[in-house]
Ligand binder design. Structure first.
Ligand code: OSB
Ligand code: MG
Length: 375
């Protein structure tokens, strides 16, 4: 595949409601989009890095810099060295970028754009390419930290009403046992419920976290620091609630280490966090072979990233509902035709590539800057 050039586009997407986690509050999603242009098709990749390096060390400006300075030139050099340009696919893009450490969210965006262009050119969907085993996926919703328990209960009631099949509550010290208890009391023991701490606790909080065991949670996500698999393994022995890792798992190698240490029994797979959909699929395969459940996380994606996540979530090892919510949970107007929940599920797109494209007028309206890099 020949690549004419790559566009880096920054868009600002106002969220329908502020999203508060233990690491900060988001009111507008600052998104970096990557568009790969080829003679046959163009492909899109959404970079999930946020405006500030709080969830992880990556941030949108840094990702754009890594792309323009290192990753896009590496792809261009790699392509020049290929005997057949036809070999320039997502696997090749991964190899081209491999010499550069980290920057997984930036790499994922470029790899996804290359993959999308390839798949659109040959008329194959992401779901088919990845190995989707179903045509729709059950959807959960991630509910931010609120000012008060009554507000939280109102928000959860709205999502339950909309049909979400699983609720995830963001927690932090001072906002954990009480909101979980309140949600259980109001919605009952049958509501599939889980919590996400975004690394806000330490092992010294083990006794306190064990109080969550009383509420029959599906899992507690990333209770401790991202770089501490050993302490997560210790914590796992002190809790009945299964531990799920998010921030700690940046590659299949990390997943293998976490499984052998006993640091988690469930993995949240976010393609951006692990460097792309190929690595995400490797993690799925590894976890499946070890009987470790996976589910698809989210990073407040627009319809572009959502389309690929929904395809991934249709793989057979994704046995828990994902944070693959409908577009309306995040944005009043999505840049693609919106993803709308039907009976608590989203349909896996079937069209070529991502199966959705940005609506040009909407995209222009939210665009803050564009940059064209000719190859
Ligand atoms: O930890 O899963 C997380 C959003 C941004 C950054 C980190 C996380 C989240 C979410 C929301 O929980 C997931 C979503 O609905 O996209
Ligand atoms: Mg998380």
């Amino acid at each position: 595949m020949e690549i004419t050039g790559v566009e880096l586009r920054r868009i600002a997407m106002p969220l329908v409601t502020p999203f508060r986690t233990s690491f900060g509050t988001e009111t507008t999603r600052d998104v970096l989009l990557v568009r790969v242009v080829t003679p046959d098709a163009e492909g899109w990749g959404e970079c999930v890095a946020m405006a500030e390096p709080r969830y992880s060390s990556e941030y949108a400006d840094g990702a754009a810099d890594a792309l323009r300075r290192f990753l896009i030139p590496a792809l261009s050099r790699y392509a020049a060295g290929l005997a057949e340009l036809a070999e320039l696919d997502a696997h090749a893009a991964g190899r081209a970028m491999e010499p550069f450490k980290g920057h997984r969210m930036a790499k994922a965006a470029l790899e996804t754009a290359v993959l999308d262009a390839r798949l659109r050119a040959r008329g194959e969907s992401f779901g088919s390419f990845l190995g989707a085993a179903r045509d729709r996926v059950p959807c959960g919703v991630s509910v931010g930290i609120m000012d008060s328990v009554p507000r939280l209960l109102d928000a959860v009631a709205g999502y339950v009403e909309e049909g979400y099949v699983r609720i995830k509550l963001k927690i932090e010290p001072g906002w954990d046992v009480a909101p979980v208890r309140a949600v259980r009391e109001r919605f009952g023991d049958d509501l599939p419920l889980q919590v996400d701490a975004n690394a806000a606790y330490s092992l010294a909080d083990a006794h306190h976290l064990a109080r969550l065991d009383a509420f029959g949670l599906l899992l507690v996500e990333q209770p401790l620091a991202d770089d501490d698999l050993v302490q997560h393994a210790r914590l796992a022995k002190l809790l009945r609630t299964p531990i799920c890792l998010d921030e700690s798992i940046e590659s299949a190698a990390h997943a293998a280490a976490a499984i052998s240490l006993g640091s988690c029994s469930i993995v949240n797979v976010k393609p951006g966090r692990v460097g792309g959909y190929l690595e995400a699929r490797r993690i799925h395969d590894l976890c499946r072979a070890h009987g470790v459940a996976v589910w698809c996380g989210g990073m407040l994606e627009t319809g572009l990233g959502r389309a690929a996540n929904v395809a991934l979530a249709a793989l057979p090892g994704f046995t828990l509902p994902g944070d693959t919510s409908g577009s309306g949970r995040y944005y009043a107007t999505d840049i693609t035709p919106p993803f709308v929940l039907d009976d608590g599920h989203l349909a896996v797109p079937t069209g070529p590539g991502l199966g959705v494209s940005p609506v040009p007028e909407i995209l222009d309206e939210v665009t803050v800057a564009t940059e064209w890099i000719a190859l």
